[in-house]
Design a binder for this molecule. Structure first.
Ligand SMILES: [Zn+2]
Length: 141
């Protein structure tokens, strides 16, 4: 089962590639931009994620162009695995063979190594902190 955090990261990848989420039976779309702001997710994306998490008043929410319901991703019968081609997560139904094609399936130019691939926000402070604490640990050994 995917954790809410994994689903959130997956949606962040989805939106970073310019894809949308359809709501209200496909009559409206959510596509927060930008997705990232500095070392964190943007307020636009966070707001959208909270909205999708509660799902209130949105009707069924789908990844645009797929039969993948967002709410399903949070169910135990679904998991997220990494695409062998581009390393972006793909929803996989654990108890069956049904799965949604990876976001890259209709994007011939992926993976594009000349562009930054979709990623989590990177906090350089946390990163430095980790290096420091690793060094301290090493010295203590
Ligand atoms: Zn892929």
């Amino acid at each position: 089962m995917a954790t809410p955090q994994q689903v959130k990261e997956y949606l962040a990848c989805w939106f970073q590639l310019g894809k949308r989420v359809s709501i209200h039976h496909g009559t409206k779309f959510l596509y927060p931009q930008p997705v990232l702001q500095g070392d964190r997710y943007s307020p636009e994306f966070e707001k959208c994620w909270q909205l999708l998490l509660t799902g209130q008043g949105l009707g069924d929410c789908y990844l645009e162009g797929t039969n993948q319901k967002i709410a399903e991703l949070l169910e135990p019968s679904w998991d997220l695995i990494k695409c062998a081609r581009c390393q972006i997560p793909i929803p996989l139904k654990v108890t069956g063979v049904e799965h949604t094609a990876c976001v890259c399936s209709d994007m011939a130019d992926l993976p594009n190594l000349d562009l930054p691939s979709p990623h989590r926000p990177v906090s350089s402070r946390d990163y430095l902190f980790k290096i420091c604490s690793d060094l301290i640990k090493k010295n203590e050994e």
